[in-house]
Design a protein around this ligand. Structure first.
Ligand code: SAM
Length: 273
């Protein structure tokens, strides 16, 4: 049996009674970083064998764990913070367990993207989460376009070292956007700032940004209705709004609409000599 357990994202008090009870009763705790999880377990006077399971050994450990699970051993899976599998290891093992028909359950709790969304005041009825923003400039641009072009709230994780750069890109590509940054949620210096990209850039301008960051965007006013556009109109609208090349527009439209790129290539505007 595997228990997928959410742990605090900053405040050690944010753990459920069922999570603590389960951590006390399982045979082994699988942790992303055993030293980090040891602090949590010590805080609650829980003494358990800790095995490491992180992004770099998940594949290698899988076979052994599956055998242990088949033999009836019970495991708790935790990450350093929040919900395992959400920009954290775990999904691979869970997928394999589903294929093998092995029993698992979740003990839900904190998740930074949901905490940020609920704090932001942005629409919560529909949203997309795109994980960590990429580092490379071109990929980052694509990710930001796909956030701004989504017809509801978009959420991404970013790092404190890169957030000013991300904001500078947003000032350039969509100065009229309305965005929010949730920082250090549940911790001493928790803050939620919302406004235009340049408002937020000025807010962080003269200081070193520290701590953990979630970026949220609302759809641009003119943007909110791509679901009512035909694929051809959507590609054209991306080209015009963000001055994208047809290839870039096709890539974003295909990922937003969940349709293959090749189905959009025939819509590319033709060059007439
Ligand atoms: N599994 C986690 C979850 O459920 O949210 C996310 C893990 S991911 C490796 C870590 C990222 O989550 C951070 O870089 C930051 O973007 C976001 N994050 C985690 N804790 C946060 C907090 N207290 N405040 C704001 N963002 C946080």
């Amino acid at each position: 049996m595997l228990y997928v357990i959410a742990t605090p994202i900053g405040n050690l008090g944010d753990i459920t009674l069922r999570a603590l009870e389960t951590l006390r009763t399982v045979d082994v705790v699988l942790a992303e970083d055993t030293r980090h999880t040891l602090n949590l377990l010590r805080h609650y006077a829980i003494d358990k064998p800790l095995w490491s399971l992180h992004a770099f050994n998940e594949a290698k450990k899988e076979e052994g764990l599956i055998n242990e699970l088949k033999a009836g051993r019970t495991f708790a899976l935790v990450s350093d913070a929040g919900t395992p599998g959400i920009s954290d290891p775990g999904q691979r093992l869970i997928h394999r367990m589903r294929q093998e028909g092995l029993p698992l359950t979740t003990i839900p709790g904190p998740c930074a993207l949901i905490a940020a969304l609920t704090l932001s005041g942005f629409a919560t009825d529909r949203f997309q989460f795109i994980g960590f923003l990429p580092k490379e400039r071109r990929e980052l641009h694509h990710a930001l376009f796909s956030m701004l072009d989504y017809p509801a709230t978009s959420i991404a994780y970013d790092s404190p070292h890169r957030i000013k750069k991300t904001l500078a890109h947003l000032v350039e590509i969509a100065p009229e956007a309305r965005i929010a940054i949730a920082r250090e949620i549940t911790k001493r210096y928790e803050e939620l700032v919302a406004g235009s990209p340049s408002d937020l850039l000025s807010h962080f301008q003269d200081r070193e940004v520290k701590g953990e960051i979630v970026l949220l965007t609302e759809p641009l006013p003119a943007q909110s209705a791509w679901s009512e556009m035909t694929p051809a109109e959507h590609v054209q609208h991306l080209i015009e709004t963000f001055q994208l090349t047809p290839q870039e527009a096709i890539k974003i439209a295909s990922s937003l609409r969940g349709i293959p790129k090749r189905s959009l290539y025939s819509l590319r505007p033709k060059h007439h000599p």
